[in-house]
Design a protein around this ligand. Sequence first.
Ligand code: 6PG
Length: 252
Amino acid sequence: MTNEVRHIYADADALAKAAAVELLGLALRAVSERGVFTLALAGGSTPRKLYTLLATDPAYADFPWKQTHFFFGDERHVAPTHLDSNYLMVSNTLLASNKIPLANVHRVRAELPDANMTAADYDVEMRSFFSAPSRFNNCPRFDVILLGMGPDGHTASLFPDTKALDEKERWVVANWVEKFNSFRITFTFPVLNSARTVMLLVAGADKTDMMQKVLGDDRTLATYPVQRVQPTDGTKIWMLDRAAAARISKTY
Ligand code: 6PG
């Protein structure tokens, strides 16, 4: 059963601050209950502020960095030094604090020339980390998966009308995205929907239309990839700024 909540903040800074507070709380609880916190990071631009806050603001000094393992919900098929690399963005923000043991950072080896090999390699990495006790429905049970949403309703790299939308078995796949003329490496819905908590960070006026289609009163269900994120036994938290939420109501 999915517990779905939405929070609307004045702007992207307030959203990032609230997301940092929420993550700190979830991390400390996970570590006190299970000794470890597993977090999948989102790419794109919206989470940058959050990652920078966590890395630099003394308010988050209690973050259990050494007990936290970081994964990537999706990655562009480029080297980690490439400007489009989500790993590069994360290493310039979150990892810049040097508080995180590099062994706790599970990077996608997107520099491998064959995108399918990259995805298979990451699938193996995740299966070796998430042993049976930390699986749910034969999928990794992440404590938190951070996600964003594109103006087309995509999330992670699950874009409308792409093959990965129908994947039922594999945890990670290489998804061909015509408009980028490129592959993306992405978690699949079985993984997203096995998480304890999915946090969707959505900011900016370029998302207003899609937010209305996805969460508006006259929305149709499961039309857009982001709507198919429905944790089977978990919580879906929408964290929106006022611009993105301009045409939806504050509550369900
Ligand atoms: C990526 C992301 C992607 C992102 C959305 C929103 O690699 O691009 O994981 O799913 O979250 O495209 O991107 P912005 O935050 O830049 O609007």
